[in-house]
Design a protein around this ligand. Sequence first.
Ligand code: NAD
Ligand code: AHE
Ligand code: ZN
Length: 368
Amino acid sequence: MKTRAAVAFEAKRPLEIVEVDLEGPRAGEVLVEIKATGICHTDAYTLDGLDSEGIFPSILGHEGAGVVVEVGPGVTSVEVGDHVIPLYTPECRQCKSCLSRKTNLCTAIRATQGKGLMPDGSSRFSYKGQAIAHYMGCSTFSNFTVLPEIALAKIRKDAPFDKACYVGCGVTTGVGAVVNTAKVEPGANCVVFGLGGIGLNVIQGLKMVGADMIVGVDINGDKEEWGRRFGMTHFVNPKNVSDVVAHLVELTGGGADYTFDCTGNTVVMRQALEACHRGWGESIVIGVAEAGKEIATRPFQLVTGRVWRGSAFGGARGRTDTPKIVDWYMDGKIEIDPMITHTLPLERINEAFDLMHEGKSIRSVVVF
Ligand code: NAD
Ligand code: AHE
Ligand code: ZN
């Protein structure tokens, strides 16, 4: 079939809206009509050529919601008409990682996914006879896409697509890092670095679990109002203090119980670790750093009890946890609507990248 898609033909070049060819689902695969997709900073980072796994041409997008239109042979967990969220972190429930109960990082299809291919090693997308790579196993910047069934979370049908799509990455990543990765306890003092589409979800997760101090840190002063809107209790602009780590340690009475990096900047990651309390403070790396970047600190920071952790997709088990997060939204436990600052048609998708780079949006959503 033909489908409209925003194609990344080359790094650092705007996406082009073209009609691409899409092959139908093979065994274990599902054809999904994407109704809405968010634009995450990770899409921008890949388009900017900063992802060591970046492939071009490809169809980016990994924060979508849509409807099942066709299932391939052997598919049992979803059927035509189901509402689904594509999962860049699938959940096969059979691999060593899934069975370990220690991680959400299913390894069933990670190798082919990283190469922009379906599990059988081929692509379903092509343009003028040339293969186009899938992206993070999702490619939600296409009106129709094909995914393995293990990479689809079935969600309730009354959830609006243009809001539920955000659960496909940003909401789950932020709220999940608090609940699943850090397991923040009520009364904790926390610091969140970077108040964008991820950081604000960390803040609302911290409010939900009853954190005491929720300090937000951002170099964009406009983000103070946003942070306070979702439960931030204190704001620090690093441009206004001489030593941000010393300032945060003082503010939190000796260091934070938990800190979260939601910037992807390795200098900030170090600050986040060093702003933790001696003896027990934990720093969660959520931000994705540019290819070639490395983190550093004095080992003494770890010897004296600070802990460095990472979190992918908020530690959420995709098929199990994502529908529950949609329920939390529908039940009013978490908010999504105010964070979606811009809703655009596919033809205007490049504006969403500009808004993000200019710091003018929290989340932009493309509706098909
Ligand atoms: P965003 O652009 O919406 O927000 C980033 C925020 O960080 C902005 O408010 C910006 O002003 C702020 N910032 C930039 N430099 C800073 C600095 N030096 N100090 C303090 N604040 C600074 O991006 P987003 O969509 O929220 O994504 C944030 C990061 O999380 C990205 O690196 C993205 O790739 C990553 N991410 C990771 C996962 C995961 O599973 N681990 C999932 C989604 C996104
Ligand atoms: N491809 C990059 C790493 C990108 C990355 O870390 N992605 C996160 C999700 S970001 C969503 O917006 C993730 O889930 N990572 C785990 C995984 O298996 O990819 C690189 O550095 O090569
Ligand atoms: Zn994302």
